[in-house]
Design a protein around this ligand. Structure first.
Ligand code: SF4
Length: 343
């Protein structure tokens, strides 16, 4: 199998071209062709010697993912893609149009090992990590699609299939590439990585002092409830997770986002809202309340909007910044926690 070109960092590409006997400027030239011009056909690289173009084409894969299915939501504002990887495995990713921005939600693993009870991806089990190149491949695919209609990507959320911090190195390598100043130049502040709460990786991320936004899937105000829906909570309980979150905020001075899926009768009572307010009081954070999107193997339903509004009111009164997130793409199974590839 050919090596994926996007798996190469800029310095790895420079090193490789040096080995090929190419001049120093060549790495920057090729990097810009790929990541600035989105030219993914090495045989057409302008001003690159024919022999090198041929070698790159023979040695490297420039299309590590291919779109095999696209579904569009009724309101036309959400598009879900099914991609096939070089080994035949499949992943999904989602494109969302908002009034003033275009966001993509990309995947980092085939399946997921975290087994969150309400999540369709978790219900699939874990197959493998995506390489950095396969993660970048999704971003470049969408960027190229949007370029056809002169549109541009505004935000990337790393919240699709998989737990990004369970594939930490590849995720960070992918972000380094799409952020690279000579290439795609996608600012870290426009990228959000979400984790279910793998404490040692949050600590590692904190030490890296990146500008990337961090979102934590909290979903419960107590261990008793969290244990029921997020198995990771048994390993890293709420108090340890929140202590780590506070250290993150103190060290980086960056605002954290907490995702909270409102599940009817489980975590959406007045007491739950009060408990949550108490837990988060004083922390630089924002809470996203999302009435749960239903999945096949989880019996419970999402909270009503009325309940969501009541919950929000309690957080508002306690001074905890929060908003109710609009459901997107639920009719095509593209909502939070709905990505699955058994189709
Ligand atoms: S919610 Fe995220 S971490 Fe949990 S099973 Fe689904 S993909 Fe994995």
């Amino acid at each position: 199998m050919k090596r994926c070109f996007f798996d190469l960092s800029f310095s790895e590409l420079s090193e490789l071209l040096k080995e090929y006997g190419e001049p120093d400027f060549r790495a920057k030239q090729i990097w810009q062709l790929v990541y600035k011009n989105l030219n993914l056909s090495p045989e057409t690289f302008p001003a690159v010697p024919k022999e090198l173009r041929q070698k790159l084409k023979e040695d490297f894969e420039f299309a590590p993912i291919s779109a095999i299915k696209k579904v569009v939501s009724q309101d036309k504002r959400t598009e879900k893609y099914l991609f096939q990887l070089a080994d035949g495995k499949k992943i999904e990713a989602v494109l969302m149009y908002y009034r003033e921005r275009i966001t993509i939600c990309i995947s980092t693993q085939v399946g997921c090992a975290m087994n969150c009870a309400f999540c369709a991806t978790g219900q699939m089990g874990f197959t493998r990590n995506l390489s950095a190149g396969e993660i970048i491949g999704q971003v470049l695919f969408f960027a190229a699609e949007l370029k056809l209609t002169e549109k541009k990507l505004s935000n990337i959320v790393v919240m699709g299939m998989g737990e990004p911090f369970h594939n930490f190195e590849n995720v960070m390598k992918a972000i380094d590439t799409i952020n690279h100043a000579e290439g795609f130049q996608f600012g870290e502040r426009r990228i959000t990585v979400s984790t279910v709460g793998i404490v040692p990786m949050i600590e590692k991320f904190t030490k890296a002092k990146r500008q990337i936004n961090l979102a934590i899937s909290l979903h419960a105000p107590s261990n008793k409830i969290r244990d029921q829906i997020l198995p990771i909570n048994k390993k890293y309980p709420l108090e340890k997770l929140l202590e780590t979150c506070q250290i993150y905020v103190d060290k980086t001075h960056r605002r954290l986002t907490f995702e909270y899926a409102l599940i009817s009768g489980l975590n959406d009572s007045v007491e739950d809202a009060m408990r949550l307010s108490k837990l988060l009081r004083g922390m630089l954070c924002h809470v996203n309340l999302i009435p749960l999107n239903e999945t096949k193997k989880f019996e419970r339903k999402g909270s009503t909007m009325e309940r969501a509004n009541d919950f929000k009111l309690i957080l508002d009164k306690a001074g905890i910044p929060c908003s109710i997130r609009l459901k997107r793409g639920v009719d095509i199974g593209a909502g939070c926690g709905q990505l699955v590839t058994q189709t």
